[in-house]
Write a protein that binds this ligand. Sequence first.
Ligand code: SAH
Ligand code: SF4
Ligand code: F3S
Length: 439
Amino acid sequence: MENNLKYFIITLGCQMNKSDSERIAAMLEKRGYQPAAKEADADLIIMNTCSVRQSAMDRVFGLAKNLTEIKKKNPRLKTVLTGCVLPEDFKKTQKMFDYILSIKNLAQWPEYFGQEQFFQAFDMTQKDCSYFNQKPKYSNSYSVFIPISNGCSNFCSYCAVPYTRGPLVLRSHKEIMIEAENAINNGAKEIWLLGQNVNDYNDKGINFAKLLKMINELPGNFWIRFTSPHPKEFTSEMIEAIARSKKMTPYFNLPMQSGDDEVLSRMRRSYKIGEYKSLVKRIRAAFSSQRQGLEKELALSTDIITGYPGETRDQYISTLKAMEEVGYDMAYIAKYSPRPGTVSSWLPDNVSQKEKDTRWKYLTQLLEKTALAKNKKFVDETIEVLIDEQRKDVILGKSRHFKTVKIRLPKDSNENFTGQFVKAKITAALPWGLEGDLA
Ligand code: SAH
Ligand code: SF4
Ligand code: F3S
């Protein structure tokens, strides 16, 4: 079905949005749209946005201005806003796009395109993730995102997700298994299981630990990764499944957000920092005792918010100390950004920008130190790397521990390594990655 129309998708935000964009692309191509090489060539531009911080929405407002310019040149152009849009931003963005559409109604989009304009307010009560049925057009066939749930019902005080994606809805485990199997049969080397809170997963008695084991048992040479778990309800069964599954890589993200109990409680995070630290100890112990024949060292990353309303200097110092104690390989450190409509948006955003910048800087400096120390352990080791970029004389990829590895190629090499596992001998460690030679 050829329709002579071209589409271009701009994706902001997390893997969840990237995964959704793959379903949008597939739906459009099924209806005859072709991908455009650049925005200016497109007849349909889709902005799949994020609302987790104001900076992402500011980019939408910035890009929307460009769209007006492109529209002057191509009057046929239609624009869609989708993804994570807060109810508060819905009105503001209506003037900028032809359509505002919920991803949950992806199958109905072509009907809406039949109308001049269509604005669909996001329905928070819609408990549905049937759009996952749409077979995706994976951005790359060797590393695939597989959503296992949508939304979140945790309502952490600062977070936009429950308002933009709605309540937690689980995808059926059968559907997940079919997608995983197909992806592996089509050459996937890495499977990312996605959900805002993967340990809340439980479909008809199949909880996350069981799902992980089932995927681990699928035949094939591939890695398993997931994001994100929540420190609450991180059961012993889950720890065991992660440590014992051969295909599970020794890396994941465990969001801490703050190292201070009072701040954690005001964030509605439902764990104390002591509990978080002992969880990490339990996981590390399970890795060293149960991961027979596999890496016994876990690489851990985290998410931190600095400058939460009322966060005192001492409370920020607690975060710094907790980060040092846990010793992260990586951390995604964010400056608090009030999201309209969330619980904490009613609190005064009273840590100054300057103070947030300072706290961010010191947390990042500490991370640099711990990350470098972790990375140095890999020097002289030979490790496996899944390549995702090939340049003239280097290839880049991620190791099982999710380290970015830059590998020098021999002069006469003209092989294409993208999407392949290679072995690299590590020669140098930097805070944000490793360097090595092809082994
Ligand atoms: N489901 C994950 C996080 C999803 S949002 C969890 O429970 O941890 C991704 C990250 O964005 C969060 O971990 C948090 O660190 C950051 N974030 C969310 N809301 C934010 C806000 N209002 N300001 C700054 N950072 C925020
Ligand atoms: Fe947001 Fe909390 Fe849900 Fe994570 S668990 S998506 S931070 S509400
Ligand atoms: Fe992801 Fe941003 Fe939505 S982090 S879930 S795209 S609000």
